[in-house]
Design a binder for this molecule. Structure first.
Ligand code: ADP
Length: 452
């Protein structure tokens, strides 16, 4: 580490997020090492990195999740640190531990914090002990159906049965009455077992019309914690985010300060370090913690647009041990930002649509940012996440941002495969979206033809 910075960072990821991390490193004068599967030999992150190492065949299990291959690539290239990106190894405590054991810096929180937040039951308990409000529910994991019924009776239907190891909306089932309990219980458990190899579940009150509001946090290794305001990620399908915006149309400045400061205080109390996001459900003026993501998030871009802070640069900087060098009063918010997640999938059936891009034109102009690893002639492989581009738009006001977003969506051309561009065009034309009056169920109601 010369000048207190890393000289070389290995990026253990692919696609747009690998590119995003490469860009931050390049601007900091840090060399980058890309790792890739054989399916990604022509990928943009491989082309742009200073060095690249092939770590296995297309299957993620044998490449991007292959710990020995990633550590060997770091060794042979002489990297100082490993950035896990999003997904794959990003929330794997054992990986973080092994990275450090092999003498590299893991750009992320401690393995203990990853473990604490990876078990959602432990996460809820830990933050509740610091005074953060959580969704009412079972006190810990629920062992059997009878116990689940007892909890459901005491908190009242509808209830949500959730996987302790959950992620990506998997292992989550609603029971609206006693009759539905048995089926929801078995479905949640078997989905959790299949997705996470762990069928432990817990119960929460199912909120009828909440918004998903999350707080971006950053902690250095010296006890300074700041928040960068909230993101509203309520436009969802199957509990997965489709569009995010910052600030939330539902919060005023004092609500923002209240939840931001509470989340920052809790982060400090937990001794957390690095970037992290606390996620809340917000209903009738009250916030309820649901989970903390111990990594960079896809939607960090909108926070960057309204604060002017490069969060990946900050994440790398604090991982070197550098103090933040600023405090909460230095963080200012300017205007409004919205992100559309563009996936390689059919806009109505949501079936994945890999294949060759045979026409590509990205929108441009003031306030437009595209985070994508696409190029004309690129072949979207069928093996990985379907996110292919993030369209991020900034405007001085929410209205300006919306007008700009609509014209940017109209300019965007991705030919050769199906994408979710038409879905986004449909959403941004909805009066409810324009008014900012939507909750986490709104998009699904809209698409099913029910009145939201
Ligand atoms: P995951 O880790 O699988 O993403 P989360 O706990 O973050 O799971 O929840 C994902 C989404 O599921 C939330 O954004 C929200 O839309 C929905 N959800 C979670 N908990 C509840 C709840 N108690 N009531 C209603 N919806 C919920």
């Amino acid at each position: 580490m010369a000048n207190g910075l890393f000289e070389k960072v290995l990026i253990a990821n692919r696609g747009e997020i690998a590119l995003r991390i490469h860009r931050a490193c390049r601007e900091m004068g840090i060399q980058t090492v890309a790792v890739h599967s054989t399916a990604d030999a022509d990928a943009m992150h491989v082309r742009l990195a200073d060095e690249s190492v092939c770590i296995g065949p297309p299957s993620a299990r044998q490449s991007y999740l292959n710990i020995p291959a990633i550590l060997s690539a770091a060794s042979i290239t002489g990297a100082d640190a490993i950035h896990p990106g999003i997904g794959f190894m990003a929330e794997n405590a054992q990986f973080a531990e092994m990275v450090e054991e092999h003498g590299f810096t893991f750009i992320g929180p401690t393995p203990d914090h990853i473990r604490m937040m990876g078990d959602k039951v432990v996460a809820k308990r830990s933050v509740a002990a610091c005074g953060l409000p959580v969704v009412p529910g079972s006190d810990g994991p629920v062992e059997d159906l009878d116990a689940a019924i007892e909890v459901a009776r005491s908190i009242g239907f509808p209830v949500l049965i959730k996987a302790a190891a959950g992620g990506g909306g998997k292992g989550m089932k609603v029971a609206t009455s006693l009759d539905g309990m048995r089926e929801a219980w078995h479905m949640a458990r078997s989905e959790a077992r299949a997705a996470f190899g762990n069928d432990q579940v817990y119960l929460e009150k199912y909120l009828g019309r909440p918004r998903h509001i999350e707080i971006q946090l950053l902690a250095d290794l010296h006890g300074t914690v700041v928040h960068f305001g909230e993101r509203d990620c309520s436009v969802q399908r199957r509990h997965q985010k489709v569009i995010e915006e910052a600030p939330s149309p539902a919060l005023n400045a004092s609500q923002r300060d209240y939840i931001g400061e509470l989340a920052a205080k809790t982060t400090r109390q937990l001794g957390y370090r690095g970037l992290g996001t606390m996620e809340f459900l917000y209903e009738d003026g009250a916030f309820f913690f649901i989970e903390m993501n111990t990594r960079l998030q896809v939607e960090h871009t909108i926070t960057e647009m309204i604060t002017g802070v490069d969060l990946v640069r900050e994440q790398i900087r604090v991982a070197t041990g550098a103090p933040l060098g600023y405090d909460q009063s230095d963080i200012r918010f300017h205007g409004h930002a919205i992100e559309c997640r563009i996936n390689a999938e059919h806009p109505e059936t949501f079936l994945p649509s890999p294949g060759r891009i045979d026409g590509y034109h990205a929108p441009g102009g003031l306030g437009i940012r595209i985070d994508s690893a696409l190029y004309d002639g690129y072949v979207v492989p069928p093996y990985y996440d379907s996110l292919i581009a993030k369209l991020v738009v900034h405007g001085g006001t929410r209205n300006e941002c919306l007008m700009r977003l609509r014209r940017a969506l109209d300019e965007f051309v991705i030919d050769g495969i199906n994408t979710s561009l038409p879905l986004h065009q449909m959403i941004v034309a909805q009066p409810d979206f324009l008014n900012g009056s939507y909750d986490i169920h709104w998009l699904e109601h809209l698409m099913s033809g029910e009145k939201p």
